[in-house]
Write a protein that binds this ligand. Structure first.
Ligand code: GDP
Ligand code: MN
Length: 390
């Protein structure tokens, strides 16, 4: 899409080219890794920590914050400490930030979730997954263990960095006045977010926000057939069922959808893949982002549909930020399960023309091969230059 090209070429450049030695000369940023995980994911978390330590944090020593809706067990906590010398904190998530809010009817929500399970919507039938997406959309940055930080870098189980990261991305983000950084952008599964764009557009409209040039990244340029929303269609003002609401109606009114907000606009399903993120917490903590989250939340879409935090963060960025606020970490070699981003071949760390170009989907066998290759790869022998792709 044209807007992503703007991020790549006009308003955003790779932070460092051809750098060899890790630059640790400056003081660290006020930042931490944030890892949400379950005890049973320990192996996957170890893999991720090993990878980020090897390729970045053995030089920079940024702290970790691990979060869980349950208690981390002692095996989890003790094992993690063996893989890093950085400070590590473990936090439990308050039920207020996880699960059904008190203004929705859990019976209706559970039925909605079961239906998504029947329809084989990916993770649609898993209540905990819905809770996780809502937590990452509207709460993680409010967790008490993150209160002291201004920046975070999100890590997930089973991710892998291929390249040495020899500069401090937080400092570069600060220096160049960036808010949000990504390394992979992909298309969302349509059936997980049927109504997300209506509400996001309505937010934009209701708050008189005009695009600063990023919104277009998420709009299908020429819809085959513009979405028609007749005024008398009851679905159209509140496409999500009102029965989900209960309790004090003033605390739980459904957002209104403005028909004109939708005119000719259709979500192209593009989003920043949020399992990697480096971003500024003050943006999430801003009134504008809170209003956005409230509007989305009040619709019930986190339960009656399976809205991911990735399209939520992305559409919020589209509504509130400009291309110059976004950084594309095109130089990071990164994989999460089956999708990876590989920078253009070293030594120049040239930037790919679009984040879509350098994305590869791998099957199990190919992934094993790649793992063996990267595990045995010695960056010093390979001219000491960050990343190479095969
Ligand atoms: P995927 O990447 O979309 O396939 O989903 P994941 O299963 O990796 O979940 C995304 C993130 O949320 C990962 O960091 C998981 O560890 C975490 N996560 C997902 N569900 C839960 C849960 O029920 N409890 C906790 N504590 N973490 C969860
Ligand atoms: Mn994951």
């Amino acid at each position: 899409p044209p807007a992503i090209r703007k991020i790549s070429e006009e308003h955003d450049k790779v932070f460092v080219t051809g750098c060899l030695e890790p630059d640790t000369s400056q003081p660290r940023a006020n930042a931490a890794f944030v890892v949400l995980a379950r005890n049973k994911e320990l192996d996957g978390v170890i893999q991720s920590v090993k990878s980020i330590e090897r390729h970045f944090n053995r030089w920079y020593h940024y702290p970790y914050v691990f979060l869980n809706d349950a208690d981390f067990n002692s095996t989890f906590k003790e094992t993690i400490q063996n893989y890093t010398s950085s400070p590590v904190e473990f936090g439990k998530i308050d039920p207020k930030m996880w699960g059904f809010p008190d203004w929705i009817d859990p019976k209706v929500a559970k039925e909605g979730i079961a239906k998504q399970g029947d329809q084989a919507i990916m993770y649609g039938g898993m209540e905990s997954y819905h809770a996780m997406c809502r937590f990452y959309s509207g709460f993680f940055y409010k967790h008490e263990l993150l209160a002291k930080y201004e920046w975070y870098w999100r890590l997930e189980p089973e991710i892998k960095y291929f390249c040495d990261i020899t500069y401090d991305p937080f400092l570069k983000m600060i220096e160049s006045n960036k808010t949000y950084g990504f390394t992979i952008a992909v298309k969302e599964l349509k059936e997980t977010v049927p109504n997300i764009f209506r509400y996001a557009s309505a937010y934009k409209r209701v708050n008189n926000l005009t695009s600063q040039g990023l919104w277009e990244m998420f709009v299908e340029p020429q819809p085959e057939k513009p979405e028609e929303l007749p005024e008398d269609d009851p679905n159209y003002k509140h496409p999500l069922p009102e029965e989900i609401l209960r309790g004090d109606p003033s605390r739980a009114s459904l957002p209104t959808i403005d028909p004109e907000a939708m005119e000719g606009e259709k979500y192209n399903m593009c989003h920043f893949w949020s399992n990697f993120e480096i971003a500024k917490l003050s943006w999430f903590r801003s009134q504008e982002y809170e209003d956005f989250f409230q509007m989305m939340d009040r619709s019930g879409g986190f339960w009656m549909e399976r809205w991911g935090d990735a399209p939520i963060h992305s559409l919020a960025a589209g509504a509130l930020l400009a291309p110059r606020d976004i950084h594309y970490f095109r130089d990071f070699g990164y994989r999460h399960t089956t999708i990876q981003h590989c920078p253009a071949n070293a030594p120049a760390r040239q930037m790919p023309r679009s984040p879509f170009l350098e994305k590869t989907t791998l099957d199990e066998k190919k992934r094993k091969e790649e793992d063996e290759y990267w595990d045995s790869w010695d960056p010093v022998k390979e001219n000491g230059v960050g990343c190479r792709c095969r």
